[in-house]
Design a protein around this ligand. Sequence first.
Ligand code: ATP
Ligand code: MG
Length: 395
Amino acid sequence: DHPFFRQALPIVERLEASGYEAYFVGGAVRDLFLSRPIHDVDIATSATPSEVKSLFTHTVDVGIDHGTILVLHNGTGFEVTTFRIESEYSDFRRPDHVEFVRSLYEDLKRRDFTMNAMAMNKAGKWIDPFHGKDDMQKGIVRTVGRAAERFSEDALRMMRAARFVSQLSFNLDKETKKAMEEHAPLLGHIAVERKLNEIDKLLAGRDRRRALWALIETNLYRFLPGLREQKEAFIRLAKLPLEPLTVEQVWVVMAYLCANHDAAPFLKDWRLPQKRIKRIVQSIRTLKQLKAEGASDWLLFQSGLQSAVDAAIAAAVLSGQEVDLKEVTSRFESLPIKSRHDLAITGKELMEWADKPRGVWIKEVLERTEKAVIAGDVRNDRMEIERWLRTCNLL
Ligand code: ATP
Ligand code: MG
């Protein structure tokens, strides 16, 4: 009895009333058992997609080829997927060809791990043919069926296994772990975007260190972008106290350690969005300056608050020291200007005062001015800045 399941109940009831089987399945059922937050409830049914569509007035074909129909009910969308098997696996990826079946058991059997291969009916009765509950109680990630076979079908499952280690603080079952070691090279067939999705979840999970060790012990890390030759650096990462960090901060530390001093190409190989790359690269630049010259108001200003905080935390984790984030924040708050926008003058005024055309000199003079304002040599006031510029012969 959980609000999410209660909301979805009428859909299950409707399907059953029409003579079909319908169950709650997948991550939500697992998370219910583990008392973890539930985000979306998936329903599996013996009804075919067209049968599902004929039963409900508001539906969206979100993945009709894979048997998934989104049923809109009271403003919420629920994914209703026809029982299916994934018959042919070519090239170690999830197949695009699926076959619909009428048996729940067959549908559960094609799922990756025992904890993800459970179903619950509308009365709250569990269908757990692969003993997912036992494994969850023991805290074990175990494939449904032979691990070697399941990872050969779809190599991404190995990343999913490591990601669940992190999210759930579980351990890998022995056979599952051995098969990961043996099949790690198959990760080479998987699109980087899908690996990125899993690594982000892994790095966000509370037991990220345990999961990083799993990647090392199984050699999976060698088949991730930019990490093949980075064993030592990656081990160093896994030994750090990463628990209090945000995902983005872990990326800062990872790229700093593993990217051979040039983070941008490393992050591009991971296909991170440009915005994330920019932020991480800036944080690493600040981190390096922090290590070289220590903290200063000028560095804080140049990096911006977000990168300054990420860099300060990364520096602390790398050196095993404590960091006082309140100090970073309050120091930033007391800067006379927080970005170039705050400066009381613009390039346009410089051109008027100096009566000179546009050119690189503007950028240089603006930076000199920012430095002087940050250092307290001149107040951030239009007239005072003009006077100061003239005294320094900068106009
Ligand atoms: P999350 O909480 O991150 O959504 P999840 O277990 O729900 O975790 P999804 O990717 O949403 O993961 O997949 C839903 C279900 O589909 C899984 O619980 C699992 O049963 C099945 N599944 C997903 N990916 C695979 C895969 N690669 N191979 C086999 N079954 C899979
Ligand atoms: Mg899910």
